[in-house]
Design a protein around this ligand. Structure first.
Ligand code: SF4
Length: 105
């Protein structure tokens, strides 16, 4: 399934209703899965999941080590302008931010 299909699938989704229906058993089931699906993510973002923070941290650590091993990645982005066509709301480089630019358009 493509990312856009996922976006369309959840476009009119009743997130509040879903979050209110999540039980601790749902959260435990999600934590015990080998492969997490989108509804598992919702379960782990629900309010009752606050009681499982340590279990989620352990699961996240396990998955991270499965994908990357015991490594540390360091990134040093090099910006060659103060203009970015993405619209990350927290970032001053995004094109929607209005200030006098020193780089390209
Ligand atoms: S708007 Fe900022 S945070 Fe978002 S991609 Fe561009 S430079 Fe990165």
């Amino acid at each position: 399934m493509s990312f856009m299909n996922r976006v369309n699938e959840f476009e009119s989704f009743d997130f509040d209703g879903y979050f209110q229906s999540v039980t601790t058993a749902d959260i435990e089931t999600s934590l015990n899965r080998d492969h997490l699906e989108p509804y598992d993510l919702l379960n782990l973002l629900s309010k009752p999941a606050q009681m499982f923070l340590e279990e989620m941290a352990q699961k996240a650590r396990l998955i991270t080590q499965q994908y990357f091993g015991r490594t540390i990645g360091l990134y040093a982005p090099m910006y060659i302008s103060d203009y970015c066509s993405n619209h990350c709301t927290y970032c001053g480089f995004n094109t929607a931010m209005n200030f006098k630019r020193t780089g390209f358009p």
